[in-house]
Structures are given as structure tokens and as C-alpha cells.
Design a protein around this ligand. Structure first.
Ligand SMILES: Cc1cc2nc3c(=O)[nH]c(=O)nc-3n(C[C@H](O)[C@H](O)[C@H](O)COP(=O)(O)OP(=O)(O)OC[C@H]3O[C@@H](n4cnc5c(N)ncnc54)[C@H](O)[C@@H]3O)c2cc1C
Length: 379
């Protein structure tokens, strides 16, 4: 029996697992390794500071999802790979595989002096709850919100949730009658924050901040945070609460492997799948900030008008590759491939190297739903 191992139970790993189950030969074994059989619904974190969601709303249990799609969940934390990915090493054991898909997300750059004086809305439940508690305790003062990128990898940035939280807080503070006593300010080392959404978006975002009386501090490198506020190379400004999302980087466990890395520390394939012609083994990529064909970062939740198509590029590519490797004869739907998947095609130890896919199709992404309720329903 052939075995596919997937690392990570976020949107990437789950969407890939489902797509593979739908198309792989029935007898294929699909194992998914992650610390817990649950999905943390990251997009809902922005509602925790204002109390519109509680932590338990965002933890989606996956037992029924795994059962429905015949996926075996194995609790564990990945610590490395061996045999060019054919063995996934975790803190609880080693998992031999015929194909590996790595979707363990990304980590944050936390080198800035005084970063401990900030909280990130993208870090997880603990930080989101700490932000809520601090805002609750604040009678007067200033909340500074900002984000930065990874200088080594421009696409490794997550600004959207910061804008969402900024505008959400402004609205909420107004509704609750506290905005007069609590100031909001926005900062970023980028002169045009959000420019990856296009120049029009930057103009509109900054105009909206001006309209809402939110001063900005832009275009100067960040020097440090402290209990008093933010210092950049150009100025210092006070803050009673700093909400800051740093640039993204590859997960720590990848750093200790010999996987090829992107400049920002994510593991990367050496060259795109579509250019591969020979039997050369392919390294896993992590689901870090992977730019797509338009240069945008890879996102797990992406609207599509073709929901019946395979939900992730990764799964699509893996499926095509496995079909071509005679992994099984019963792959359903077309076996054409798309590009940029976090996976490995190196052969299992003791077997021969197999050919890579040559065809390509556009990359269909799933729309993972817009609420935990939708995610639960879909499972
Ligand atoms: C506040 C916020 C709002 C967002 N809003 C949106 C939005 O509206 N639209 C959108 O498209 N995107 C949004 N995003 C981005 C989106 O959440 C991410 O793109 C998505 O979660 C990435 O999915 P992933 O599966 O690659 O990684 P993750 O969601 O990070 O999942 C990684 C998985 O791997 C597991 N894992 C981690 N390390 C290990 C290890 N060593 N071993 C085993 N398992 C491990 C984790 O437990 C987790 O299950 C938002 C993000 C945040 C933080």
C-alpha cells in the first residue's frame, strides 16, 4: 500500500489531504501529522480583542473531518526529514512515506530590540487574548498597530489582519464610546504599506486612516520597542499597547535540515516543477510564504469560482506526480499538474527515482470558508 504523509493540520494540509483523498486510489494510506487534531481558525483572531469571538470558537475539532476523508491523524511535532523526505522525523516517531507534503506554516522574525513589549494579532490565541485584556484595562492612552516584512523576502509579510484589526478597533471603540480617550496610531517601515494589494489600495487605506483620525508613522526603519512606545530611525512615539506583526520566515525545524532554503528561511524547491524534465528528486517545500505565479504570497483560503476543482495547488501537483509515477492506476479526474507544491518526489529508501510531472494547469485554490461555522460545516 502506498503512503502519503502530510505535515500540518492548517488550511494547507487539510485542503491537500481532502483533495488527495478524493483523487488517490482507494487503498492509498494518508497520514497527517500535527500536534493536535484541530484547526486553528486564524482569520477569526481579529475578533478576539473586541470579544466578538472567544478562543473556543476558533478551535475546530477535526476528528469527523479525518474520519470522513479516511485520513489517519498522528499526534506529533516534526523535527526534521531524512532520506530526502522519504522519512519524516517527529518528536514521537519516524514516518516512512512514498510522498511527503509539508504544510507546517511559517514563523515570525522576532529579532527587534524590545519585541517582547509587543503582541501580534497573527501569533495565536494567547496573544489575541492578551491584547483583549490590555485594551479592557486601558482607560486612556494610545494603541500603536503596525507590521513589517522580511527584508530578505518581500513576499513574507502579513499586513491584512493588522489593517482589519485597526479599522475594527476604531469602529468598536467609537461604538462603545471610548474612542475619545483612546488614540490609535499606525506604523510601518514601508513607505507604502499594503502596496502588494496595489497602489489604489494603499491610497484608500491611508485615506481611511486620515478620515478616522489615525496618525501614521511610515517609511522609517524600526529601531526598538519599549514599555513607553516605539522608536524608529526617524522618531519616537508613545504607545500603551503595541500590536505588531513581524515579517515571516521559515519554521525553526526547517532551519536544522539540509532542505534548500529561500532567502527568508523557508525551504524551497530548487526550481519550478514545470521546468523539470528528468528523474531528479525534488525536495519538500514548506508552506511558508510561497509566492504564487502572480508574485502574491500563497494563501490557503482563496476564493475560486470552480470549487469542484482540486482545492490546493500542492495537492494538485502531488496528485499529478503520483499518477505519473504509477503510484496507482485509479486516480480520478484529470492528472494534469499545476506548480509550486510543498512536496517531495524523492523515492522511498531502497526504490528507484521516478519521473516528475511535465504538464501544467492553472492553480485552483479552495475557499476554506469565511467563518469557523462554515469550516465546521464543511468538515
Ligand atoms: C489574524 C489572521 C487573519 C487572516 N485572515 C486571512 C484571510 O482573511 N484570508 C486568507 O486567505 N488568509 C488569511 N490569513 C492567512 C491564513 O490564515 C494563512 O495563510 C493560513 O493559515 C496558512 O495555512 P497553512 O496551513 O499553510 O499554515 P498554518 O495555518 O500556520 O498551519 C500550520 C499547521 O502546521 C502545524 N505545525 C506547525 N509546526 C509543526 C511541526 N513542527 N510539526 C507538525 N505540525 C506543525 C500547526 O499546528 C498547524 O496545524 C490570516 C492569518 C491571520 C494570522
Amino acid at each position: 500500500m502506498k503512503r502519503i504523509v502530510i505535515a500540518g493540520s492548517g488550511f494547507g494540509g487539510l485542503a491537500a489531504a481532502r483533495a488527495l483523498r478524493e483523487r488517490a486510489p482507494k487503498e492509498t494510506e494518508i497520514l497527517l501529522v500535527s500536534p493536535r487534531p484541530e484547526l486553528l481558525y486564524y482569520p477569526g483572531l481579529i475578533w478576539i480583542p473586541t470579544g466578538l469571538r472567544s478562543p473556543s470558537d476558533l478551535r475546530v475539532p477535526l476528528d469527523s473531518y479525518f474520519k470522513k476523508h479516511r485520513i489517519r491523524h498522528i499526534p506529533g511535532t516534526v523535527t526534521g526529514v531524512e532520506e530526502k523526505g522519504r522519512i519524516l522525523v517527529t518528536d514521537k516517531g519516524r514516518h516512512e512515506n512514498d510522498a511527503l507534503l509539508i504544510a507546517t506554516g511559517s514563523a515570525s522574525l522576532r529579532k527587534l530590540t524590545g519585541i517582547e513589549h509587543s503582541r501580534s494579532i497573527c501569533q495565536g490565541i494567547e496573544d489575541a487574548v492578551a491584547i483583549r485584556e490590555r485594551i479592557e484595562s486601558l482607560e486612556t492612552g494610545t494603541i500603536a498597530l503596525g507590521f513589517a516584512g522580511n527584508p530578505n523576502e518581500p513576499s513574507a509579510v502579513r499586513g491584512g489582519p493588522v489593517f482589519e484589526l485597526l479599522f475594527g478597533l476604531d469602529t468598536w471603540l467609537r461604538k462603545t464610546g471610548r474612542r475619545g480617550k483612546i488614540s490609535l496610531t499606525f506604523f510601518s517601515p514601508a513607505a507604502e504599506p499594503g502596496n502588494r494589494l496595489g497602489p489604489k489600495a494603499v491610497k484608500n487605506l491611508l485615506a481611511d486612516m486620515a478620515r478616522r483620525n489615525i496618525p501614521t508613522h511610515l517609511g522609517a526603519k524600526l529601531s526598538s520597542f519599549s514599555a513607553e512606545g516605539v522608536t524608529t530611525e526617524a522618531e519616537s512615539f508613545p504607545a500603551d499597547l503595541i500590536i505588531f506583526t513581524p515579517g515571516l520566515r521559515g519554521p525553526d525545524w526547517v532551519a536544522g535540515t539540509d532542505l534548500p532554503k529561500s532567502p527568508g528561511g523557508s525551504s524551497r524547491r530548487k526550481r519550478p516543477a514545470r521546468s523539470r524534465t528528468g528523474p531528479e528528486p525534488m525536495w519538500p517545500e514548506t508552506a511558508g510564504p510561497i509566492p504564487d505565479r502572480t508574485g502574491c504570497p500563497s494563501k490557503a483560503i482563496r476564493p475560486t469560482s470552480r470549487p469542484k476543482r482540486p482545492p490546493t495547488t500542492s495537492a494538485n501537483t502531488l496528485r499529478a506526480d503520483l499518477a505519473q509515477r504509477n503510484f496507482g492506476s485509479n486516480w480520478s479526474a484529470s492528472s494534469t499538474a499545476s506548480i509550486r507544491a510543498p512536496w517531495s518526489t524523492a523515492p522511498r529508501p531502497g526504490t528507484s527515482s521516478l519521473k516528475a510531472p511535465s504538464s501544467t494547469t492553472p492553480s485552483p485554490f479552495s475557499n476554506g470558508g469565511t467563518s469557523p461555522a462554515t469550516a465546521k460545516k464543511k468538515s
